[in-house]
Design a protein around this ligand. Structure first.
Ligand code: FES
Ligand SMILES: [Fe+2]
Length: 419
């Protein structure tokens, strides 16, 4: 349970809210799949932390990321014409190159026109393309923080995939669902039963009741272990790595290799987020069509994999006939739709002063405490967790699931891979 003030501190990102400021200054923020930025296509519209931007890819592959408003009189550059890697505002036809420099300002004529135009520049931000995503740094300091060493970036990119969908609620509801292994066996029970027979492995063990959680603070965030007792004193360990503030890597299914499920919860504004979902693996190429976003009929939409089937008045599109036929939730399109619906049903920003947390919420409580401490550190001029991680970090987060013996420690058994 949080006070209203604490809840506001943790959730709100718009305007001058501390969490929004901390995210802008200290973290690279993913805003699109690489495949969403195509040369020649309309500018990509991005709303991040409550502010509007546009992004463009030039024919040579370079990406520009700018404030949405034209510097002349503020018309949206989302409406701009795209001319060979340039943006031309449709209001008075000012034209900008991929760095944001104005190259034509037709409303300014005469001897000083060229000098005037050379002084006009879009406000632009550094971008970094990695792991199938395009990331931006929205901070104001001279230098961007180092880009973090992430396990799905680099050599494993060829095997991984990512998708994206719009979540209709505050970003923290998305993060907290990833630290809540207890819901997997309930909310997703119908899906789990289906894949248990197909795939086997440890995943079926997550049906065996709610877990006990233990969580350890790391230099990048939190290592949360969901522990479920098995026969003979053994324990099923399922680890989620939380990289503050918005990346969670969850165990895939019974491997001790570098493999995992990616959830990234980019705040759009106070009441919406982009939920990037994907898989990475050092064993084999991951297939988005075979993954959790596959609807029972038809192909998944990789740019909108879990659109809400309805709002509150329509009970979020729940299919009660499907429930009567045996489906646990009545949301049969794909497993992530179930997540998106329950998170939206909690309200745009859930009131955490009214909740009654139980034993399975230990990781969520720890994550909140850590983020409140990170905010206090940030306000005191210190670096929050994960923000300075670069090539020098000692360990890579590695979400695994495994079975340990009675005398084994979960953190040793689930050993971290040295970088
Ligand atoms: S507002 Fe863009 S050119 Fe005038
Ligand atoms: Fe879920």
């Amino acid at each position: 349970m949080l006070s209203k003030e604490q809840n506001d501190l943790l959730t709100r990102v718009e305007g001058d809210a501390p969490m929004g400021r901390m995210m802008r200054e200290n973290y690279w923020v993913p805003f699109a799949l690489s495949s969403q930025l195509v040369p020649g296509e309309a500018p990509h519209m991005a709303t991040l932390l409550g502010r509007h931007y546009v992004a463009l890819r030039a024919p040579d592959g370079r990406i520009g990321f700018f404030d949405e408003g034209c510097p002349h009189r503020g018309a949206s550059l989302a409406l701009a014409r795209v001319e060979e890697g340039h943006l031309r505002c449709i209001f008075h036809a000012w034209k900008f190159d991929i760095t944001g420099q104005a190259v034509e300002c037709p409303t300014e004529t005469g001897a000083r026109a060229a000098a005037f135009c050379s002084r006009v520049k879009l406000t632009s931000y550094p971008v970094h393309e990695a792991g199938g995503l395009v990331w931006v740094w929205l901070g104001s300091a001279v230098e961007a923080p180092p880009f973090p060493d992430l396990p799905f970036v680099g050599e494993l990119e060829a095997n991984s995939f990512l998708t994206v969908s719009l979540g209709q609620c505050n970003w923290l509801q998305g993060v907290e669902a990833t630290l809540d292994s207890a819901h997997v066996g309930t909310l997703h029970t119908t899906w789990i039963s289906g894949i248990k027979t197909q795939r086997g492995g440890n995943i079926g063990l997550s049906l065996d009741g709610p877990p006990r959680y233990e969580a350890e603070v790391t230099d990048y965030g939190l290592r949360a272990a969901a522990l479920r007792p098995l026969a003979g004193g053994r324990t099923y360990v399922r680890i989620t790595e939380y990289l503050t503030p918005f990346i969670s890597l969850a165990a895939s299914n019974g491997t001790k290799t570098r493999e995992g499920v990616i959830f990234i919860t980019t705040p759009v504004d106070d009441e919406r987020h982009l939920m990037f979902f994907g898989l990475y693996s050092d064993r084999e190429k991951q297939d988005p069509v075979a993954a959790a976003i596959q609807p029972p009929d038809g192909k998944p939409d990789l740019y909108n994999y879990a659109p809400l089937p309805g709002g509150r008045e329509a009970r979020w599109g729940q299919d009660r006939a499907l429930m009567a036929a045996g489906h646990f939730t009545g949301f049969g399109n794909n497993v992530l739709e179930e997540d998106m619906v329950v998170q939206a049903s909690m309200g745009p920003i859930v009131d955490r002063s009214r909740e009654m947390l139980s034993m399975s919420d230990v990781a969520i409580v720890k994550a909140r405490r850590m983020m409140l401490a990170a905010l206090a550190d940030y306000e005191a001029g210190k670096l929050p967790p994960g923000s300075a991680l670069g090539k020098g970090q000692v360990v890579l987060p590695n979400p695994i699931d495994t079975v340990i013996e009675p005398d084994q420690n979960w953190n040793e058994a689930a050993a971290l891979i040295p970088a």
